[in-house]
Design a protein around this ligand. Structure first.
Ligand SMILES: Cc1cc2nc3c(=O)[nH]c(=O)nc-3n(C[C@H](O)[C@H](O)[C@H](O)COP(=O)(O)OP(=O)(O)OC[C@H]3O[C@@H](n4cnc5c(N)ncnc54)[C@H](O)[C@@H]3O)c2cc1C
Length: 390
């Protein structure tokens, strides 16, 4: 058994780390200053500039196939890069990406939606959640009614990331209420903002925020159906599947950076005439954090490896998402505790992480939904105990 990275994985990971350290980390203090003044931390133009700079380093479209100019990296390498991105709290991501399901676009849709999204000229958002359907996504009600050559959409989506900035939305709507979403009654539509949907920003605990989208007789031509009629729920679940190893990979980067800060602080902050790191209470917090971090690392890398092996990744990804999200919350909480009052201030990024990572236990499948999947797989015998080594 070999737990080492290949030379190629190491080289790509190190180049990503180098880019983040040299180009992204230096923006951190300004980001904190802006956010303290209730301004956006990073403007759209600034993100684009960074992404174009990264393109010169060769980082463009981590998951994008080479025929579209991307790197088409294996999931394990993508996971390693997401961990590097997580090391900085600047909300940076590499450019050249598009929602995984946009690759189901037909030729005409590729020109209109996929290619401009990859190039960063158009922004998308993905909308399945509704006020009455979150974890229970199959219960969506936003309706699409056929009218001549068009579909007319009515209803509301909520908590949509990027929904206030997006030029178009990938909307999962009910096209056949008799069948139900799960059995072919839902369809994915590509809906331009100009077609008439409205968005409203939702204030949340974290920086930035999602939006609610309102569809009031929004007319969408038949040619804007993504994939097949009735394929919407399957596409929606495929979209969500990707996040189940990238979100915890990002969490790992946050936890590593935060724990590094706590170790440095424990060695230098003195109380009662000696560094706080000489107290067992502090040592145990560091030890527990490092142990959980390492456990999360292998769950995440195995989930990504499962994707690369062409195996069904759902069970492994649910464990990685559940444990990774919990781990980062526990680690950031301890890191704040180790920093005492300073950890609670907005001078340091710790309270920002504390607010940010709480979301990781909620979106793209709550903790409870991950537990539901993991236990169901075992109870119904879909997965054997012992994982792929069984
Ligand atoms: C900041 C943010 C960004 C988001 N971005 C997007 C996005 O881009 N696109 C999108 O479509 N959605 C997005 N979401 C929605 C997100 O995926 C949902 O909030 C999430 O799936 C939970 O749904 P809910 O909020 O309706 O909670 P509910 O489903 O109402 O759940 C409430 C609580 O009950 C628990 N629960 C529910 N059912 C069960 C059960 N059977 N057994 C045990 N416990 C249960 C849940 O785990 C949770 O703790 C986002 C949410 C947030 C907060």
């Amino acid at each position: 058994m070999d737990f080492a990275l290949s030379d190629e994985q190491r080289a790509i990971r190190d180049t990503a780390r180098d880019f983040i350290t040299r180009e992204v980390v230096p923006l951190e203090q300004e980001l904190l200053r802006r956010e303290r003044a209730h301004r956006p931390g990073l403007e759209r133009g600034e993100l684009r500039e960074l992404q174009l700079k990264a393109r010169k380093f060769g980082f463009w479209g981590l998951a994008t196939p080479e025929e579209y100019g991307g790197m088409d990296l294996p999931a394990v390498t993508q996971s390693l890069i997401w961990t590097e991105i997580g090391r900085s709290f600047v909300p940076f991501r590499f450019g050249g990406e598009a929602d995984n399901i946009l690759f189901y676009c037909n030729e005409e849709q590729k020109r209109e939606f996929l290619l401009p999204t990859i190039e960063g000229e158009r922004f998308s958002c993905f909308a399945i959640t509704e006020p009455g359907a979150g974890s229970d996504a199959a219960n969506i009600k936003l309706s699409a009614r056929r009218d001549g050559g068009d579909w007319v959409l009515n209803g509301e989506k909520t908590f949509i990331t990027g929904g206030n900035e997006a030029d178009f939305a990938i909307v999962i709507a009910v096209t056949d209420p008799e069948k139900g979403a799960r059995r072919g009654g839902a369809t994915a539509f590509l809906v331009d903002r100009e077609m008439g949907w409205r968005s409203e920003f939702i204030q949340t605990m974290g920086e930035g925020g999602p939006a609610s989208l309102v569809f009031d007789d929004v007319r969408v031509p038949e040619r804007n159906i993504l994939g097949e009629l009735g394929q919407g729920f399957t596409l929606g679940m495929e979209w969500i599947g990707k996040g189940r190893y990238t979100i915890p990979s990002h969490a790992l980067g946050i936890a590593e950076r935060a724990l590094g800060m706590a170790i440095a602080y424990a060695n230098t902050r003195e109380t009662f005439g000696r560094p706080i790191g000489e107290n067992q209470a502090i040592q145990w917090m560091i030890a527990d954090s490092e142990t959980e971090l390492e456990a999360a690392r292998w769950l995440i890398l195995r989930a990504a490896w499962t994707v690369d092996q062409g195996m069904d990744p759902r069970h492994a990804s649910s464990m990685a998402k559940l444990y990774g999200a919990g781990m980062v919350n526990r680690v950031v909480d301890r890191v704040m505790q180790i920093h005492g009052g300073m950890g609670y201030t907005r001078e340091l990024p710790i309270e920002r992480w504390y607010r940010q990572v709480r979301l990781y236990r909620i979106f793209e499948g709550t903790d409870e939904m991950q537990r539901l999947i993991i236990s169901r797989d075992l109870l119904r015998g879909y997965t054997k105990l012992g994982g792929h080594l069984a």
